[in-house]
Design a protein around this ligand. Structure first.
Ligand SMILES: [Zn+2]
Length: 313
């Protein structure tokens, strides 16, 4: 980890210090209404990762050009880490769970979800359902933090694609390009998650409506069971895309992200989803887009453009 450690900046202000509540300098939650469905986007923090992860099939000069155009540093890139809480039909649904405890990878600025849920007045015991877009540790780790399971309902339902649970029985890492240490940490975290929460799992094949207007749909690509959550109510729509789309994916949808287990399929999934969202104008939120990550997609020549919504205070 030494190579990465040198690239990680220490916490800079109170917004990154792990504290929550009124003393946080930057707000960590943002609410959106989709018809009758309430959506709360909560930041789990940020993950600094080497910039090669943005597109390991791209030429170094092209990556450098994109980072330069975005006024971003060339060495490490802070990935946002967004989690979504959805309320519909009396159910309270947590979509993904953030990183949780740092699994020896020196990622101290992530893993804020539990305290930020508390700061938002969300009791863990009120969560009726969890949806997992996939079982990478930055999406399941929050449930493995000490004391969390005891505070969750004993009848909590955790929805995931059957293909995802099967994949982690013998995961294939032959097409990824992750920093050292990550594959072992991902394997170990998924294994521990399945052991601790296996009895809560409600597996679906391709699509499942778990609450009124709340549909989880398997896309594959990023992982075989990767899924997106599509919300629709009273003519309004919002898609939580998980890891189907990254910040660089609008301009360069064909760049392979280092965490994609089937990068070619992941690029096809991304392009199809972006085309669909550009055509229907629905709102998009994704795990690793800059917080609060609410926007729309426009077509821009052969690629796409991210159009953030104007914040509604
Ligand atoms: Zn992720």
């Amino acid at each position: 980890m030494s190579q990465l450690e040198t690239k990680i900046r220490p916490p800079e202000n109170s917004s990154h210090s792990g504290r929550s509540g009124p003393e946080e300098l930057v707000p960590s939650r943002y609410a959106v209404q989709v018809g009758d469905i309430e959506v709360l986007i909560i930041s789990d923090g940020v993950l600094p990762l080497p910039t090669k992860m943005l597109g390991h099939n791209a030429a170094e000069a092209d990556r450098a050009a994109w980072l330069g155009d975005m006024f971003l540093p060339q060495d490490a890139f802070d990935w946002a880490l967004n989690v979504v809480l959805v309320r519909s039909g009396g159910q309270t649904i947590l979509v993904d769970a953030g990183l949780g405890l740092d699994p020896d990878l020196n990622l101290p600025r992530a893993g804020q979800l539990i305290k930020r849920l508390e700061a938002a007045g969300i009791d863990l015991g009120s969560v009726t359902d969890v949806v997992l877009t996939h079982m990478h540790m930055d999406h399941i780790g929050g449930l493995l933090v000490d004391g969390v399971k005891e505070r969750l309902r004993p009848d909590l339902r955790i929805h995931a694609a059957a293909a995802e649970a099967k994949f982690w029985e013998a995961p294939d890492f032959s097409h990824v390009a992750m920093p050292p240490g990550f594959p072992d940490a991902l394997r170990a975290t998924a294994k521990r998650f399945l052991a601790e929460y296996g009895s809560h799992l409600r597996l679906f094949d391709d699509e499942y409506e778990l609450a009124p207007g709340v549909i989880v749909r398997r896309t594959g690509g990023h992982t075989p069971g990767h899924s997106v959550v599509r919300l629709a109510s009273r003519g309004e729509k919002l898609t939580f895309a998980g890891d189907a789309v990254f910040a660089v994916g609008f301009e360069h949808p064909d760049w392979f992200n280092g965490f994609e287990h089937d990068p070619e399929e992941a690029a096809r999934v991304r392009i199809n989803l972006l085309r669909e969202l550009a055509a229907n104008g629905e709102q998009l939120v994704a795990t690793h887009l800059p917080f609060p990550s609410v926007g729309r997609v426009a077509v821009d020549g052969d690629s796409f453009r991210w159009v953030p919504v104007f914040w509604d205070y």
